[in-house]
Design a protein around this ligand. Structure first.
Ligand SMILES: *[C@@H]1O[C@H](CO)[C@@H](O)[C@H](O)[C@H]1NC(C)=O
Ligand SMILES: *[C@@H]1O[C@H](CO)[C@@H](O)[C@H](O)[C@H]1NC(C)=O
Ligand SMILES: *[C@@H]1O[C@H](CO)[C@@H](O)[C@H](O)[C@H]1NC(C)=O
Ligand SMILES: *[C@@H]1O[C@H](CO)[C@@H](O)[C@H](O)[C@H]1NC(C)=O
Length: 448
């Protein structure tokens, strides 16, 4: 071939850098296109919670496949599943039964004890100094022309997103985003958040800071796990996460808008109300603008399994997951001693759970000094958080001296009582005094 011809071909390819669907994100963003950055967080630990890390690893595979380079993707997860003794496929994670391994190549930026809300907020702030010597030290390096995608998956409660040992308050999260906007750390941002009460994390998100959020559930309801795997004795995914990622795998995300994906995922997720937050007008952007659109060649023609949907058919509320797993284990065992063991575990799980509820009831009794009112504080799921200061001080205390939320995820189900007390005018001081009297037996862990 003539040398000049080669040059012409090369020039045409270069000119076409921004228009090809197969263009790699990192490569095509010269001028104002900007670059794509992503932060992926699974906040839980333990085999019961296999699905959270599987979801986040799947999200990583999507970004990678679409050409987003590793140095623009920051992953935070415990990383205690893949080599767990429970894992029949050591070194592998699946996000659906018989699905591909989603663990391969996942960067171990922050694992184990480094998975904390403080480190997460530093990653968002681009605080290289603050993370020096911690994990990979990788932080968001995005600027005013860049797009940022954040995916958070874990247990949650009203105004709370869990981490393995502590938790993130909604207000701290939103104020970190607001600060990023002030510091011109992004042009636009999309956040997909899966947890119980996930909507409550977005309640105070402003609608003018170029942040668009989607939550798995509204502010007051649970989200759901799905894809029960008999051989592995756990759930492999969560409904909202599975739905948005399987849609992303299926579609041409260079053309599909966030709005189209939202309605589709909301329609398919019949276990909770998938909800949009923040600057909803951003939903006319393409899914590929946030998840990469390299290597996308066209819509997948695989039919959707609407009426025989293995995810939906096996879906259970996230709160019921530990019970379901133990019930399955009881059913699956034939040998008497082993079955007896699992029955005992199930029994203890229920005892453990009633201890949490009992403690919260004792606290509400001590605060309200009225049995009826105390009972209602526990039952009522209705309120939204307005008294943030009271709520934050009280939950911090409950987490510190009664039940650590990260290590006792079930305790998140009684946080609504704290919301209710604060909204009914009881003070954090009253709560703290009562909790100090009721919770005297030191650190309890393992109440799922
Ligand atoms: C949230 O979902 C629950 C059902 O789980 C429903 O009762 C409640 O009205 C919903 N709230 C909003 C604001 O949609
Ligand atoms: C929602 O799902 C139902 C079937 O489950 C389908 O008939 C309907 O067209 C869907 N709506 C949208 C907006 O996708
Ligand atoms: C959701 O849809 C699936 C499949 O169509 C169905 O089996 C399941 O019962 C539905 N769940 C709810 C809560 O409606
Ligand atoms: C019950 O709680 C204790 C801690 O109080 C924990 O060690 C144990 O594993 C829990 N058992 C079950 C079955 O959840």
């Amino acid at each position: 071939m003539d040398v000049r011809l080669v040059c012409v071909v090369a020039a045409v390819v270069a000119l076409c850098g921004g228009c090809g669907e197969t263009a790699v994100v990192g490569a095509r963003d010269q001028e104002d296109e900007g670059q794509l950055w992503a932060v992926l967080v699974a906040g839980s630990t333990g085999w019961f919670n296999y699905r959270h890390q599987a979801d986040v690893c799947h999200a990583y595979q999507i970004l990678r496949q679409h050409g987003v380079p590793d140095d623009h993707i920051i992953v935070m997860m415990m990383d205690d599943i893949v080599n767990s003794l429970m894992n029949p496929k050591p070194g592998k994670l699946m996000n659906r039964p018989d699905g591909p391994d989603v663990y391969q190549g996942v960067p171990k930026d922050y694992t184990g004890d480094d998975v904390t809300p403080e480190n997460f907020l530093k990653v968002l702030a681009g605080d290289t100094e603050g993370l020096m010597g911690v994990g990979s030290g990788k932080v968001l390096g995005s600027g005013p022309n860049d797009r940022v995608f954040i995916n958070l998956v874990d247990h949650g409660g009203p105004g709370i997103f869990g981490f393995p040992k502590t938790f993130l308050h909604a207000r701290a999260f939103v104020s970190a985003l607001t600060k990023m906007h002030r510091n011109k750390q992004y042009k636009e941002m999309t956040i997909y958040l899966e947890s119980c009460n996930s909507g409550s994390m977005f309640k105070t998100l402003p609608n003018d800071i170029e942040v668009y959020g989607v939550s798995a559930s509204n502010a007051t309801q649970t989200s759901s796990a799905c894809y029960w795997e008999e051989k592995m004795q756990t759930f492999l995914g969560d409904v909202f996460s599975v739905k948005w990622m399987e849609d992303t795998d299926r579609e041409n995300v260079g053309q599909e808008t966030l709005e189209t994906q939202f309605f589709l995922v909301r329609n398919e997720t019949n276990t909770s109300i998938v909800t949009q937050w923040g600057q909803k007008s951003l939903d006319d952007l393409k899914v590929g603008d946030f998840l990469g659109d390299g290597n996308v060649v066209g819509g997948n023609t695989e039919p959707m399994e609407r009426f025989d949907d293995a995810c939906l058919k096996s879906a259970v509320s996230s709160v019921d997951v530990p019970v379901k797993i133990l019930e399955h284990l009881v059913q699956a065992t034939v040998a008497q001693p082993e079955q007896y063991y699992w029955l005992q575990q199930l029994h203890h799980l229920h005892l453990n759970r009633s201890l949490v509820t009992q403690r919260m009831l004792d606290i509400t009794r001590a605060v309200t000094k009225d049995e009826m009112v105390a009972q209602n504080m526990i039952k009522d799921q209705h309120h939204h958080i307005n008294h943030h200061h009271c709520f934050e001080r009280s939950t911090d205390t409950f987490n510190r001296i009664c039940f650590n939320f990260g290590m006792n995820p079930y305790a998140l189900t009684v946080v609504n009582a704290i919301v209710n007390l604060c909204e009914h005018g009881y003070t954090a001081d009253e709560f703290i005094t009562a909790a100090t009297t009721v919770c005297r037996d030191g650190t309890i862990t393992g109440i799922n």
